[in-house]
Design a protein around this ligand. Structure first.
Ligand SMILES: [Zn+2]
Length: 269
C-alpha cells in the first residue's frame, strides 16, 4: 500500500511530467473511483485547466489547478501514476486518464480499485474534512506535536502510528520499520512508553521516512534500495532480523500483519 514515501515519489513524478500542461480531456473509465463528484462535474472543472505544482499531505496527493481548485488522489492499496507522450494505448487498469492539449497523457491506475480521486476547491479544507493529523515529515510536526498525538490516544504504539488523524502518512509497512529501528515492540501501549522510548520513536519516524524518500523508490516497489540495516527488505514470512539474525515474527493488528524481531523488540522492555 502506498505510504508517505511512495506518494511523495508519485508527487515528484507528476510534477516532473505534468506541471504546466493544460488538460484537454478527462476520461473517467471507472466512475466508482471518483469521491464526492460525478464524472460530468469532474470533467467540467478539469477540462481547460492547467496543472500546477502539487502538494502532499500524508498519503494524499493534491494537484493544484489554474484557474482554481485541486485534484485529490489517494492510492488505496495498488494505485500508481503513469505518464506517456503520443498515441500509445493507455496502460491496463487505467481508471482515470488525463489527456493534455500537447499530446501528453497521465493515467491513474489502480488494479484493486480501493483508491479515490476527487476535486475540491480548497486544499486546507480537504485536509480538515478528511480529519488528517499533521504530515509526518512536515517540519512543523515536532516532538511536542508527537507528544500531543500520543497523549490524546491510549492504545498500542503500532496502531497509533498508523492512525491518520493522529499522524498522517504512516501505514502498516513503515510503522513496522519505525518500531524496529526504535527497538520497540508493536504492542506496547502508548502510556507505557518512557521519555527515552518516545524520543527514539519520534526520531525514527523522521529518519525512516526521509531515508526511504531519499532512496528514490517506494519500499514496496524496490525494497532492496533501502539500507541493509532496514527491516523492510526482510519483511516477509521466514525473513530474519538484519541486526541479530533472529527469525522475524508476525502478529495481527486489526486485520493487518505486523512483522517484528522478538529479540530486539521486547514487549516487556
Ligand atoms: Zn533482532
Amino acid at each position: 500500500m502506498p505510504e508517505l514515501p511512495d506518494v511523495e515519489l508519485f508527487r515528484r513524478y507528476l510534477d516532473r511530467t505534468c506541471t504546466g500542461r493544460v488538460i484537454q480531456h478527462v476520461a473517467v473509465n471507472d466512475p466508482k473511483m471518483l469521491a464526492g463528484v460525478t464524472s460530468e462535474a469532474f470533467a467540467a472543472r478539469l477540462e481547460g485547466a492547467r496543472m500546477l505544482a502539487s502538494r502532499r499531505h500524508g498519503k494524499h496527493l493534491l494537484v493544484g489547478l489554474a484557474p482554481a481548485g485541486w485534484i485529490t488522489m489517494h492510492f488505496g492499496l495498488t494505485g500508481v501514476l503513469a505518464h506517456w507522450e503520443g498515441a500509445a494505448a493507455e496502460p491496463r487498469y487505467t481508471r482515470i486518464r488525463f489527456d493534455f492539449a500537447d499530446g501528453h497523457h497521465l493515467a491513474y491506475i489502480d488494479v484493486r480499485r480501493l483508491g479515490a480521486v476527487g476535486f475540491v476547491e480548497d486544499a486546507e479544507g480537504f485536509i480538515a474534512d478528511e480529519r488528517l493529523g499533521p504530515d509526518a515529515l512536515d517540519p512543523g510536526f515536532d516532538f511536542a506535536a508527537f507528544e500531543r498525538a500520543l497523549s490524546a490516544r491510549k492504545r498500542d504504539i503500532k496502531s497509533l502510528l498508523m492512525e491518520q488523524s493522529a499522524i498522517a502518512g504512516i501505514g502498516n509497512i513503515y510503522s513496522d520499520e519505525i518500531l524496529f529501528q526504535a527497538a520497540i515492540h508493536p504492542k506496547v501501549p502508548t502510556d507505557r512508553l518512557d521519555l527515552d522510548a518516545r524520543k527514539r520513536i519520534f526520531r525514527e519516524v523522521k529518519r525512516v521516512l526521509e531515508t526511504a524518500t531519499k532512496r528514490g523508490f517506494g519500499a514496496e516497489l524496490r525494497p532492496e534500495a533501502l539500507p541493509h540495516t532496514f527491516l523492510l527488505p526482510q519483511r516477509k514470512k521466514g525473513g530474519h532480523c538484519p541486526r541479530c539474525g533472529t527469525e522475524l515474527r508476525a502478529a495481527k493488528f486489526s486485520g493487518r500483519t505486523a512483522y517484528y524481531c522478538p529479540h530486539c523488540q521486547r514487549e516487556s522492555a
